[in-house]
Write a protein that binds this ligand. Sequence first.
Ligand code: SF4
Ligand SMILES: [Zn+2]
Length: 370
Amino acid sequence: MPTDESVVRDDDLVQLEPGEAQRLLSAPNVREALLYEQLSSGRARCGICLRRCNIPEGKAGYCMTIINVGGKLYTTIYGVVSAAHADPIEKKPVYHYKPGSVCFSVGSLGCNFRCIFCQNWEIAFADAVSPVGFCEYSFGPEQLVQRAIDTGSQGVAWTYNEPGIWLNYTLDSAKLAKQAGLYTCYVTNGYVTPEHLDMIGPYLDIYRVDIKSMADEFYRKLIKVPSVKGILESAAMAKSKWNMHVECVTNVIPGWNDSEENIRGIASWIVENLGELTPWHVTRFFPYAQMQDVPPTPIETLKMAKRVGEECGLKFVYLGNVRTDEGENTYCPSCGKLVVERSGYSTRIAAVTDDGKCAYDSAELNIVIR
Ligand code: SF4
Ligand SMILES: [Zn+2]
């Protein structure tokens, strides 16, 4: 069992209405969950994310998408899609994997985090055991792949809410997507178990993960997660064991994670564990949800983060949610020349070879082109 196993109390878990469990079992979007362990007294432990909820019979897990009926766990969001868009991959943001490609992106309901600044709370905190008006409930893996092909997409992404709680669906659709020649992408908070990664690893190309802070206190106070440790371990495993293309995002929140010490800690960790060529996106915070009293991130703070990231050895630090003259372009760390030009979501590959090197001096850029 991982050392940072979170303690989810029974009081944190939602009780199903009488008769609801039986109704749910006959719904087409309900499937027996993967990666769970039956315990005594009708309880079962979910192994999909690092919360590792110990769920009593008749209750839903912390994410409100996994239910215990008769001592077995079931997911309620198989093929439940709350949003679907053909997006530029740069919007994820992912800058070094098939730049300029279209990535068909879907999200569902629920989340294993409770960020008080969540920008997608309508879907993230939805009660996924009840029908939600704006969702499609039979968006199966075949439909996902077909929509990706029909929209000219080169890949699919699970995003908008947390894909790390949607394993039954992401796994089936990732297998189909790979068969169809599409790339696959998780846009994740990273709170997934090693066994989750081992299951999806053979079919997942891109792991776009948030590293919000190196301070456990940040995760405890703002997200109700005990520690960043498991998130870091999973990101390192995605890279080292499954050779996924990893890009990291840090949303810089004034007064919470914007100290130079914290920024340096994140950047140093990325260099040491994921490599100096890992793209790191430092993004601007805007007041939202229960964090209206915090101002937007000053541009100077983002520039400080970029400077510190580069001092730590990172070769590709990008500013996000803000327009700057050079913040979105990619320059070769060896010769300094422009290799990928970006403006908004318009992307031009200026000088990258098919094997991801600088066309001027063959320096490694960690860019997947084909
Ligand atoms: S996926 Fe949901 S039920 Fe399973 S451990 Fe995570 S929060 Fe708990
Ligand atoms: Zn070069």
